[in-house]
Design a binder for this molecule. Structure first.
Ligand code: ZN
Length: 489
């Protein structure tokens, strides 16, 4: 064969291979997921909801909120936010309670004192029993979706709660408490054995004591209530060679630093230097942060292996908190190569619209602690540099949201971080996640661009978030339009 022909032949072969790749990347391979809670199926009817999800969003995978005490993924629209154009046109302020929206099979909960957590609002309604067969008939997959959110009146909950710096119980539960870790594994095993599910996703929107003390997130924080100092965590710390008393002293000093910063009492050498002085004097501050992070990773691994013992075919993965987009310390803790060892998939939250408001809040929070000397716009520019974003000014982002380019950059970074691993990347896409009244709202075009950006970055799917009961159908159709354009509908 002449050289010229050979090259043409080789190029043709590559083209054929590329076409083959495209062929295999049909809707069957890409996960088009949506998060949906029990209340939507009850209010609108199972078949009607599934019709809508398939027609408007080309959805092929349900992420059913099977357990939570939180309003973020269960219940109707958050009170105070406009009701969407479907579902019951009223708020569930009085009736929302939370818990498990599936039957609880007691044989799986022998190794935990947390046994009484069935959501009471729909009687004996079991969302998996009701929805899963209907979804399967349509070729749709069902993934159980649960999160690390509890209420204070669950029987025995006080035995699982974290202890703060002063030894007080908190509303959050401790991963190193056997009653909690066993429960997390038990409910995953219950769903895996009791139903023919396709997967499990769990999410924990929390971080360790150091980042929390600094208020380094888009939420609030109290530096005197950082966690966890329970007996289980103290034992684990000692095993790791961490001096518990020095850690506690360090966090008491850090609390003073944060309270002074919030009161605008500038340290003599400035905020950044004063914090470094504390970190150098008490490296236990970082050891305690990593103790918490490692405990979360061990929890992921424990759930993963428990489910795989039941069936290797059941996919297991994690919802990664939006703080990954704002706080570089938290981002550093999201080591994707490490997580890949016990993750079939990752839902990296990349919410573009509410991301603007949340980034602004984060900048405001760290602007009174670690970066107290840096003017807010400079601080945002610094974060854009180190996080690799090209976004609008601080004065604008709450009213514009972040762009599709942010979605692309975050998805691409995650895709590259996972290269060479088995873990699939399914970014979380923002569809009408509540924002303040005068802040930016999702649009059909914005949603479409976000979905296109996620796939342009190589993602293996998307998860439309947070919940169907707060989404406008036009914005869901925006996602659908992107999927049609990509040939994935
Ligand atoms: Zn603990």
């Amino acid at each position: 064969m002449e050289r010229r022909n050979f090259i043409q032949g080789a190029a043709g072969g590559m083209l054929l291979a590329a076409a083959g790749n495209l062929q295999s990347q049909t809707a069957h391979d890409k996960t088009i997921g949506i998060q949906v809670g029990a209340v939507s199926f009850i209010d609108e009817g199972t078949e009607k909801v599934l019709d809508e999800l398939q027609q408007d969003g080309s959805v092929n995978t349900l992420f059913v909120a099977t357990f939570t005490y939180g309003r973020g993924i269960a219940g109707r629209q958050v009170p105070g936010q406009p009701l969407p154009d479907h579902g019951k046109q009223e708020y569930d302020t009085e009736t929302f309670h939370g818990g498990s929206y599936t039957a609880v099979h007691p044989q799986y909960y022998k190794n935990t004192v947390l046994k009484d957590f069935r959501a009471p609002e729909f009687g004996n309604y079991d969302v998996l029993e009701s929805v899963l067969p209907a979804a399967r008939k349509r070729g749709m997959k069902t993934i159980c979706w649960y999160e690390d959110v509890f209420r204070g009146d669950v029987p025995n909950i006080e035995k699982l709660q974290e202890k703060d710096l002063y030894g007080r119980n908190t509303t959050t539960l401790c991963f190193n408490n056997p009653d909690y870790r066993n429960w997390l594994m038990a409910i995953a095993e219950d769903w895996s054995r009791s139903y023919e599910i396709d997967g499990i996703m769990w999410g924990s929107e929390r971080q360790g004591a150091f980042s929390n003390a600094l208020g380094a997130s888009h939420g609030g924080s109290d530096p005197g209530k950082v966690t966890c100092f329970c007996s289980f965590c103290q034992t684990k710390a000692k095993q790791r060679g961490i001096n518990v008393e020095r850690a506690r002293t360090g966090f008491l000093e850090l609390e003073k630093f944060v309270r002074a910063g919030r009161a605008k009492q500038r340290p003599i050498d400035g905020y950044y230097v004063a914090l470094w002085r504390l970190m150098l004097k008490y490296p236990e501050l970082l050891s305690w942060e990593m103790l918490w992070t490692d405990s979360l990773r061990e929890t992921y691994a424990a759930i993963y292996h428990r489910v795989k013992e039941v069936s290797p075919a059941i996919g297991v993965g994690w919802h990664i908190w939006h703080n990954n987009s704002f706080n570089p310390i938290y981002r550093a803790e999201q080591d994707l190569a490490e997580l890949s060892h016990y993750s079939d998939f990752l839902k990296i939250v990349i919410y573009h619209n509410c991301g603007g408001e949340r980034m602004a809040t984060y900048i405001n929070n760290v602007g009174s602690t670690i970066y107290g000397d840096v003017p807010a716009q400079d601080l945002l520019d610094f974060h854009y540099r180190v996080l690799d974003y090209r976004e609008k000014s601080l004065a604008e982002i709450s009213r514009t949201g972040l762009s599709a380019d942010y979605v692309y950059r975050e998805a691409k970074r995650a895709f590259d971080g996972l290269s060479g691993t088995k873990t699939k990347l399914w970014p979380g896409i923002d569809i009408d996640i509540p924002t303040a009244a005068n802040h930016s709202k999702c649009t059909p075009d914005g949603t479409k661009e976000a979905v296109l950006a996620a796939f342009r970055a190589g993602s293996h799917g998307v998860i439309l978030s947070r919940k169907y009961s707060e989404m406008m159908l036009a914005d869901l159709k925006g996602a659908g339009a992107a999927l049609k354009q990509l040939g994935l509908a």
